[in-house]
Design a protein around this ligand. Structure first.
Ligand code: HEC
Ligand code: HEC
Ligand code: HEC
Ligand code: HEC
Ligand code: HEC
Ligand code: HEC
Length: 340
């Protein structure tokens, strides 16, 4: 219904505007007619600009790709998309309000999944440039307020795919740290932090941490380069699945496990998790999942948990920043082993 209404308004404004206005006195009194108004200016032909997008297969192609994406599935929209504190990342309405006003004022009663209009401004100038992104400026990171600039459309992604909580010794420096919730951690999508090498607990150990900003995937690739390359083999484009074709522009590899990095990362994640179970910081199993045990811990154990869960939930298994992740896991494992 709303859609039809918009269409009618748009069609009406598109009609060539040539009428002149005539002033009349109130009914019954029949005063003298007023002077004729000035002729209006011809409107532009509305349908032409609509067709810049609403013709051909541009929209359809993006819709087909988007249809298979997790953004469209919006699996957590019902759970988190309506809450004012979560909506900026978990619903279309929330993201648009946050990007427009800088905050989400109140809970959203009928939140919807991320869609074309969430990311593209659409129906603003009614030309093709309305595909411009709603937000692609550098993003002030939630953990420290510093701006991160990925240098392209990927800044859009950083708004949502970043850590929400700083590592323990930054959040509350001290000898010990209290984990107060079984949901404790950086939050599920810290991909931008891993890619940029910012914000995890850089515990000292056998490996040096790479200098911030020097990761090859930060310098040369980006979220959109790997996740939104040309759509091929059901990957890339608006599916947001990373595409092998995009890797092959730089590496010869038949899988994402280039150089065995994903395999190695997965092994180290298991070693670290089992050490944390031994220390009583983590509980759970493969069926029900793993969670932290609430309690007060030596700082390094709380940091180790943060690193473990954050790298786990980044879910690229090291690909986003191979050197940084390897240094974090190697040093964290050594540090946890040393805790008496
Ligand atoms: C920048 C490209 C662009 C331009 C220009 C544009 N639209 Fe759209 N329009 C879109 C996209 C993208 C959607 C959303 C499709 C979706 O949600 O899958 C949309 C959705 C719509 C809808 C909702 C129904 C539907 O197809 O989903 C209407 C109605 C509409 N547009 C009318 C217009 C009219 C009328 C004009 C010209 C005055 C216009 N649009 C100009 C891109 C555009
Ligand atoms: C800064 C953005 C941001 C905010 C704010 C945010 N989330 Fe998320 N959340 C994400 C992203 C991004 C993902 C998905 C990450 C991925 O798929 O790798 C996610 C995933 C989730 C998941 C799915 C976890 C899983 O294992 O599948 C849940 C549940 C969730 N968020 C709940 C919440 C709740 C509840 C709030 C508010 C208290 C909240 N989120 C606030 C960005 C955010
Ligand atoms: C999660 C955010 C997001 C959503 C949702 C999204 N897009 Fe995009 N879209 C992007 C980004 C980012 C780019 C730029 C990619 C790049 O630079 O490589 C883009 C590029 C495009 C382009 C190319 C624009 C150009 O400059 O030529 C079109 C067309 C497009 N999107 C249409 C759509 C349509 C239609 C939908 C809904 C079915 C949609 N998008 C949903 C993020 C999104
Ligand atoms: C408005 C916030 C937001 C923006 C902007 C956004 N995402 Fe997401 N993204 C999410 C959330 C939330 C999820 C998980 C869906 C859920 O839990 O409901 C997700 C899921 C994903 C997934 C799928 C994860 C899986 O479970 O398989 C990928 C890949 C992804 N996003 C990449 C990107 C990229 C690349 C960009 C930038 C072009 C981007 N996203 C922009 C919020 C966002
Ligand atoms: C060098 C290429 C590359 C870059 C750059 C990159 N990604 Fe990834 N990303 C991957 C690969 C490969 C995976 C793991 C896919 C797999 O193993 O199935 C992945 C996994 C993910 C996932 C989890 C998807 C899933 O299916 O579980 C999300 C979400 C994601 N990336 C978002 C981002 C965001 C946001 C950025 C930018 C901050 C980014 N990625 C930058 C290649 C990249
Ligand atoms: C724009 C170029 C570029 C793209 C695209 C790119 N990479 Fe890389 N990647 C590099 C560079 C440069 C290095 C560092 C030199 C090297 O190890 O080859 C690197 C290193 C790596 C490493 C570390 C290798 C090791 O043994 O330490 C992995 C793993 C990796 N890339 C995986 C991927 C995957 C998977 C994709 C696609 C999803 C991808 N890359 C896309 C440029 C790229």
């Amino acid at each position: 219904m709303k859609t039809r209404f918009i269409f009618h308004i748009l069609l009406m404004t598109a009609v060539v505007f040539l009428a002149s206005c005539v002033k009349e006195g109130p009914a019954g009194v029949a005063g003298a007619d007023g002077k004729d108004g000035v002729d209006g200016v011809d409107g532009s032909d509305g349908t032409v600009t609509c067709l810049a997008c609403h013709s051909g297969t541009t929209i359809l192609a993006a819709q087909f790709e988007y249809a298979s994406s997790v953004h469209k599935a919006g699996v957590n929209v019902a759970y988190a998309g309506g809450r004012a504190s979560c909506a900026e990342c978990h619903s279309s309405e929330g993201f648009i309000e946050y990007q427009t006003n800088g905050s989400v004022d109140s809970d959203i009663s009928m939140p919807s999944a991320i869609n074309c209009e969430t990311c593209h401004v659409l129906h603003t100038t009614f030309t093709y440039t309305d595909f411009m992104l709603r937000a692609d400026d550098p993003v002030a990171l939630k953990i420290n307020g510093n701006a991160l600039d990925l240098g392209d459309a990927s800044n859009l992604c950083v708004n949502c795919h970043q850590a929400r909580t700083a590592e323990p010794n930054t959040a509350a420096p001290g000898e010990t740290f209290r984990i107060t919730s079984t949901h404790y951690g950086p939050h599920h999508g810290p991909q931008a932090n891993i890619l940029a090498g910012i914000g995890f607990a850089e515990i000292a150990g056998p490996l040096d941490y790479p200098t911030q900003g020097t990761s090859k995937h930060l310098e040369q690739a980006s979220c959109t380069v790997c996740h939104m390359g040309d759509y091929t083999a059901k990957q890339g484009g608006h599916t947001w699945s990373p595409s092998l074709a995009s890797c092959n522009a730089c590496h010869e590899t038949a899988s994402f496990d280039y150089g065995g990095v994903q395999f190695d990362t997965e092994e180290k994640l298991i070693v670290l998790r089992d050490l944390l179970i031994d220390k009583g910081v983590v509980a759970g199993d493969d069926v029900d999942g793993y969670h932290p045990v609430t309690g007060t811990y030596t700082m390094v154990l709380a940091q180790a948990y943060y690193n473990w869960v954050g790298i786990e939930e980044d879910r690229s298994l090291g690909v986003h920043n191979p050197q940084y992740v390897n240094a974090l896991l190697t040093n964290t494992i050594e540090a946890v082993k040393a805790v008496k």
